[in-house]
Write a protein that binds this ligand. Structure first.
Ligand SMILES: [Mn+2]
Length: 264
């Protein structure tokens, strides 16, 4: 039995399937997905459908893109209630009309359109896949059930899988974050200092192809060892969704038992 972790799939559904085949993922293995399943890539719909029907040995953690996606859906449902629009939840046309109404309201309130469906994913799901409020509501519920992190003991060592970074307390991070939840979703280089003694943290969120970033490693998994805390930090987001424009970009998968890394 092996335990694997993958992060930041961002609509690269075909690459995910290719990875599962490459690691010979089976019923006796476990897979922890560290969030950011959707946005940017071309197959957000396929990802959402797959997430709904995933086998029980796959654990879904929450990424900031899911959190934001669910927040936009909540906003749509709120507007439907407040404006008494009485939208038909099974109608793609009513769903698309509500989406446009919410965009219009945000413009009226002079809230930047950039805060609404930043990557246009909901718009694409409506246009290409004719999704309904029923689908969106169901996906938002699925997202609300995703934990922020998972701790596992492997051969006596504490492994923590999380989307962006892990800390035991807000005090250990030192400013900038309103809550631990936002740290789990949005942390950057602070993750290297916030480590937990005698632990291995596995996160994504910052693509290792980004030159200015703390985790830049030419599209390979980034590893940092904090000797003081005996804490290893891995960033396994190798920027798969940027592969069209960057030959270094890849999807990575790490096996927790032997820390072996696979790439697609
Ligand atoms: Mn992210």
């Amino acid at each position: 039995m092996s335990t694997y972790a993958i992060s930041d799939i961002h609509g690269c559904y075909n690459e995910l399937l290719a990875m599962l085949e490459k690691i010979n993922f089976s019923k006796s293995d476990r897979l922890i997905l560290a969030g950011d399943y959707i946005d940017r890539g071309k197959q957000s719909y396929e990802m959402l459908k797959w997430l709904e029907q995933r086998p029980a040995n796959i654990l879904l953690l929450r990424g900031n893109h899911e959190e934001e996606f669910a927040a936009y859906i909540d906003l749509m449902l709120l507007v439907d209630r407040m404006e008494e629009l009485d939208s038909d939840f099974s109608s793609p046309a009513d769903t698309a009309a509500l989406y446009e109404s919410v965009k219009y309201l945000l413009r009226q309130k002079e809230l930047s359109a950039a805060y609404f469906d930043l990557y246009g994913t909901i718009g694409i799901l409506l246009e290409q896949n004719h999704v309904t409020l029923h689908d969106l509501h169901k996906w938002a519920d699925m997202i609300r059930q995703m934990p922020y992190y998972q701790k596992i003991d492997i051969a006596g060592r504490n492994y923590i899988v999380v989307h962006a970074g892990y800390a035991d307390s807000l005090e250990s991070i030192g400013g900038h974050y309103e809550s631990l939840d936002s740290f789990y979703l949005y942390a950057r280089e602070e993750s290297l200092r916030s480590g937990v003694p005698h632990s291995t943290i596995i996160a994504g969120h910052t693509p290792t192809i980004v030159e200015e970033s703390f985790a830049c490693n030419g599209g390979n998994v980034f590893r940092y060892y904090n000797a003081e805390k005996d804490c290893v930090f891995y960033d396994i987001d190798c920027g798969c969704v940027f592969r069209d424009g960057n030959p270094d970009a890849k999807l990575a998968c790490i096996c927790l038992e032997d820390e072996k890394i696979f790439y697609i």
